[in-house]
Design a protein around this ligand. Structure first.
Ligand code: GAP
Length: 430
C-alpha cells in the first residue's frame, strides 16, 4: 500500500470529485449502500470491461451470460443457500448492537461491555415477494451470488455454444447480502456487483485448472497496474471453506484497513450441478463425444468483486507528491483518457479546442475544461487520474500542434493534432 493513502482521504476525494456518494444522502443516507458518480461509473465500467476482455473476449474457451437476479426459490434450496448461507450472530442485551460472533475476541459487548445473547445463525439472503395477489404471492430471494444463474443454464449454454469441456461461463451482475457488519466504504456492502466464472472441467483435472485460474486472476490485477507488494494469495483453512468448496484461495489486497479479500478462486467440485440434478430431476451431465463418457463436470470458480477491485485500484493509484495529489490509474481504467484545455478562451483557441474534443470523443472519453489557470486545470485532472492533458495555445494556430502532457512524468511535448488519437489510442488499446 502507498503510505500516504488512508480511507479518510479516499472517501473525501471520492465524494468531492464525483467518484462515489452515500446512497440516499439527502435523506440521511442508507447504511452500506453507495452510488457511483460521473467518474466512479466510468472507472467501474472500465474495470468490468477489462475483466470481460481478459476472460471472455481474449479466450476461446469462455462465453458470457446475463441471468436474472430473481430465480425460482428451489434454486436456493438446491444450492444450499437457504440452509447454509448464514453467519453466526450475537446481540448485546444492553446497547442492542449486533455483531458477527466470529469477529469477537471476548464474551462481552466490545462497544459497552454488556452481556451478549447466545449465538444464532442469521441467513444473509434478502427476501421479497413475487405476484400481485397477496395470498398467492411467492417468496423469492435477491441472488446472493451470480453463480447459480450460470449453473441453471449450464445445459442451455453448452448446447447452444457447442463448447466442449473444459470451458467456462462468465457473468457480471448485482448480488445482495444482508451483511451483519458491512463497512470500510464500498468494501463490504449489502448490494454489490460480482464478476464470476464457472469453469467446467473433467473430474481429476480440477486441481490443474484451479492452479491455472489462481495465476490468471492474480496476473490480471498486476497487468492493470496494481503493485505486486500489495497483493498476496491466502489459502483457506479446511474449517473456513464454504459449504460447496473442496479448496479455495483468496487474492488479498493490502487495504489501509489491512489485508482483505479481493477475489476467491474455489474448487466447487460437482456440488452445484449434482444438487440441481437432484432437485430439478433434469439431466445436467456432460456427454463427451470422443470417449462416449457421461459425467458431472467439476467446477473451478474465480469470483471477484467489482466494487472491491474498483476500490483497490483507487487506493493503489493514489499518490501525494510535493504539490499535487495524483491517481496513477492505468490509462485503460482512467475515467477520462484526455483533458483538453484552451490556454485562453478568446482568439479562436476555444473553437480549436472544441473541434479537438469533437474528434477525440469518437475514440475515447475526454473532458473539456476552460476554467482557471492551466496549472490548476492540470492538477484537477491529475487528481482524477486523467493520463493526458492537451493544451491549445497561440502556436496551435500557426502549426496545428498542441502541448501533450503526460500525467505521471508531467513531461510535455509538442504533437500535431492529427497524431493525438493514435498516440492516446495506443495507450488504451492493449
Ligand atoms: N460465488 C462465490 C462467491 O460468491 P464470495 O467469496 O462470497 O464467493 C466473491 O464472494 C467475491 O464477491 C468476494 O471476493 C468479494 O470481492 C465480493 N463480495 C462478497 N461479498 C461482498 C460484499 N458484502 N460487499 C462487496 N463485495 C462482496
Amino acid at each position: 500500500m502507498n503510505s500516504s493513502v488512508n480511507m479518510e482521504k479516499l472517501v473525501s476525494l471520492s465524494k468531492r470529485r464525483g467518484f462515489i456518494f452515500q446512497s440516499s444522502e439527502i435523506y440521511g443516507g442508507l447504511n452500506s449502500c453507495w452510488d457511483y458518480g460521473f467518474l466512479g461509473v466510468e472507472l467501474k465500467k472500465n474495470v468490468k470491461e477489462a475483466w470481460w476482455k481478459s476472460v471472455v473476449q481474449m479466450r476461446s474457451d469462455v462465453v458470457g451470460i446475463d441471468s436474472s437476479i430473481l430465480m425460482h426459490p428451489d434454486v436456493w434450496k438446491a444450492s444450499g443457500h437457504l440452509d447454509c448461507f448464514s453467519d453466526p450472530m450475537v446481540d448485546c442485551k444492553k446497547c442492542k448492537h449486533r455483531f458477527r460472533a466470529d469477529d469477537l475476541n471476548s464474551e462481552k459487548c466490545p462497544d459497552c461491555g454488556g452481556e451478549l445473547t447466545d449465538v444464532r445463525q442469521f441467513n444473509l439472503m434478502f427476501k421479497t415477494f413475487m405476484g400481485t395477489v397477496e395470498d398467492q404471492q411467492t417468496t423469492v430471494y435477491l441472488r446472493p451470488e451470480t453463480a447459480q444463474g450460470i449453473f441453471t443454464n449450464f445445459k442451455n449454454i453448452q448446447s447452444t455454444s457447442r463448447l466442449k469441456i473444459p470451458f467456462g461461463i462468465a457473468q457480471i451482475g448485482k448480488a445482495f447480502r444482508n451483511e451483519i457488519t458491512p463497512g470500510n466504504f464500498t468494501f463490504r456492502t449489502r448490494e454489490f456487483e460480482q464478476m464470476e466464472i464457472e469453469f467446467f472441467v473433467k473430474p481429476g483435472e480440477d486441481m490443474e485448472w484451479f492452479e491455472h485460474w489462481k495465476q490468471e486472476r492474480f496476473n490480471w490485477y498486476l497487468n492493470y497496474g496494481m503493485k505486486k507488494e500489495n497483493l498476496r494469495f491466502r489459502e483457506h483453512e479446511k474449517d473456513e471453506l464454504a459449504h460447496y468448496a473442496k479448496a479455495c484461495v483468496d487474492v488479498d489486497y493490502k487495504f489501509p484497513f489491512g489485508w482483505s479479500e479481493l477475489e476467491g478462486v474455489a474448487n466447487r467440485t460437482d456440488y452445484d450441478l449434482k444438487k440441481h440434478i437432484e432437485k430439478s430431476g433434469k439431466d445436467l451431465q456432460y456427454f463427451d463425444e470422443e470417449t462416449k463418457e457421461k459425467y458431472i463436470p467439476y467446477v473451478i470458480e474465480p469470483s471477484a468483486g467489482v466494487d472491491r477491485s474498483t476500490l483497490a485500484f483507487l487506493v493503489d493509484s493514489y499518490e501525494e507528491e510535493e504539490d499535487r495529489v495524483v491517481l496513477k490509474l492505468d490509462p485503460r481504467l482512467a475515467p477520462f483518457k484526455a483533458a483538453i484545455f484552451p490556454l485562453v478562451k478568446k482568439d479562436g483557441l476555444r473553437e480549436i479546442s472544441m473541434d479537438i474534443e469533437e474528434k477525440l470523443k469518437k475514440h475515447f472519453t475526454v473532458f473539456y475544461d476552460e476554467k482557471s489557470s492551466i496549472g490548476r486545470r492540470y492538477r484537477r485532472q491529475d487528481e482524477i487520474g486523467t493520463p493526458f492533458g492537451i493544451t491549445v495555445d497561440y502556436q496551435t494556430k500557426d502549426d496545428n500542434t498542441v502541448t501533450l502532457r503526460e500525467r505521471d512524468s508531467m513531461k510535455q511535448e509538442r504533437k500535431s493534432i492529427e497524431q493525438l488519437a493514435s498516440i492516446i489510442g495506443k495507450k488504451i488499446d492493449q
